[in-house]
Design a protein around this ligand. Sequence first.
Ligand code: NAD
Ligand code: ZN
Length: 361
Amino acid sequence: MSTDELIVSTPTARYPVVVAPGALAELPARLRDLEMRGALWLVSDTNVQRHYGAALERSLEQAGFAVRSHAVPGHEGSKDLATLSQLYDWMIGGGVERRDCVLALGGGVVGDLAGFAAASVLRGVAVVQLPTTLQAMVDAAVGGKTGVNHPLGKNLIGAFHQPRLVLADTDTLATLPPRELRAGWAEVVKHGVIRDAALFELLEAFVAAGQPAAQLPDVIRRGVAVKVRVVSNDEREDGERIILNYGHTLGHALESVAGYGALLHGEAVAIGMHAAARIALRLGLFSADDVERQRRLLAAFGLQTAFPAGVDSGALLAVALRDKKVQARRVRWVLPTHIGGVVVRDDVPPELVEAVIASEA
Ligand SMILES: NC(=O)c1ccc[n+]([C@@H]2O[C@H](COP(=O)([O-])OP(=O)(O)OC[C@H]3O[C@@H](n4cnc5c(N)ncnc54)[C@H](O)[C@@H]3O)[C@@H](O)[C@H]2O)c1
Ligand SMILES: [Zn+2]
């Protein structure tokens, strides 16, 4: 086992998460280790396929695998029932069998869509996640949540379906649009704040050094490790996994009020984290110094922390109150107590939240 490997271990699954430059070259050997003998159904999006699809397909074929490939448009709109249905047509029409394996090569859109196709076709075939965005590497590809959007809301249809392997090739980030990369850092900062002060310090040193490419794999692996630990402790999201929602209550609300696509998910989460930190400050949970430290790190990654001008705090709050993670009509706020630790509070007065949204700093 290489030092590059992390292990997710839950009551239903155990699988390696590899984060390394050039990791995709290991895929044929890794699939053989997993004793994958069936056909491989390679799903990507058109942007990712253009850069990495053909080479990956060739290397798998040279290793003796039968590969079919399919690319969906590279945007959130592909995470819908119509595109899912096209995947079913392609797989069932092509004679998919239970022993086959889906390869999800792309960002979170491809991971969620292909993951759910794998979870549901023939009542479930294996899936391997091959994330190519920072967001998918540190978040979406790990943990087994899969699904598609419904016209009435995001991620409303889906299943838990753990992958057999996650292989994150950090070299693929070289072609990722810079704005997507920046947005991905929000989730890495989040992992530092909720669970890992040493990761937070590593990120501070990484930006101070000008984000050297050579450090990227290690920094990302440390970020992924937090998700691996949290998911291993709480597979089905009825306990500790809620801490991953830090910054997401207002982040999700902002995404939907701003209109999906106006803000990238990570951009909204950065604003949500800064707001959550300020809520924690007002409740006497978190220090002004730590609010500023988090703000500075997010800013160093090029992330805004202020709410967009003219945002309607009432509308935002109303959406937040409808969030999926609300229990018995109370929002469960994940709030930091220090860099590296959070608490969950369901007694935050809505007026306090509104005041934070309305205030500048
Ligand atoms: N399952 C989970 O636990 C989980 C967690 C967080 C987010 N998500 C989901 O993830 C989705 C967002 O994923 P995302 O942020 O990765 O966005 P994405 O999948 O839309 O990818 C962003 C853009 O980058 C392009 N791209 C991807 N990799 C590239 C590369 N290496 N080079 C060039 N272009 C590349 C894509 O084509 C797309 O245009 C959302 O639907 C969200 O709900 C799921
Ligand atoms: Zn997120």
